[in-house]
Ligand binder design. Structure first.
Ligand SMILES: [Zn+2]
Ligand SMILES: [Zn+2]
Length: 169
């Protein structure tokens, strides 16, 4: 599987490296040139960016999966904020580093890695897992992210297996 990381706004190289390292077990990881954060995603009354408008901009990017990475704070309808967002129907996901703590925080690298694997998991057809140790567990707080592991549990590994094998080249 080929995965493209697409920075929107200034994302520091160490962050992209943490993500690339976490996603390398899935296949090749390439970093696309950064793009500006889309102004159309900004919702002034919330002072946040909606996640889904980033996806059409990912469409031009090569790869079996495209993971957008942005420092701006994201939300989607019904949620005050999201650490990341993806749909199970297409090949795009996005993560925000806004709430994962300063990059100097010891847990920061693991947090970005977990959120990246989680969103890629959605694009592989995985839904949320009630198992709090699985990377597919829904994080509503940083504590949830810190508690969960970096990998799919056995059930999720099996569920994603068919797609992962199909994309293996
Ligand atoms: Zn999720
Ligand atoms: Zn799981």
């Amino acid at each position: 599987m080929k995965i493209t990381l697409k920075p929107f706004g200034p994302v520091d190289p160490a962050t992209l490296e943490h993500i690339a390292k976490a996603l390398r077990p899935f296949g090749e990881v390439a970093v696309a040139p950064p793009a500006p954060v889309p102004a159309s995603a900004f919702v002034p009354k919330r002072n946040q960016y909606r996640a889904s408008p980033f996806f059409p901009l990912c469409q031009e990017e090569p790869g079996d999966r495209v993971l957008a990475v942005t420092p701006v704070d994201l939300f989607e309808d019904g949620l005050n904020f999201v650490f990341g967002y993806a749909t199970m129907q297409d090949r795009y996901g996005i993560i925000s580093t806004a709430r994962l703590g300063p990059p100097a925080t010891p847990a920061y690298g693991d947090r970005v890695a977990k959120e990246a694997v989680h969103e890629i998991g959605h694009t592989l057809g995985l839904d949320h897992d009630p198992n709090p140790a699985c990377v597919m567990h829904f994080s509503s707080r940083l504590e949830d992210t810190d508690r969960k592991g970096l990998a799919f549990c056995a059930t999720c590994t099996k569920a994603a297996g068919l797609t992962v094998r199909r994309l293996r080249k």
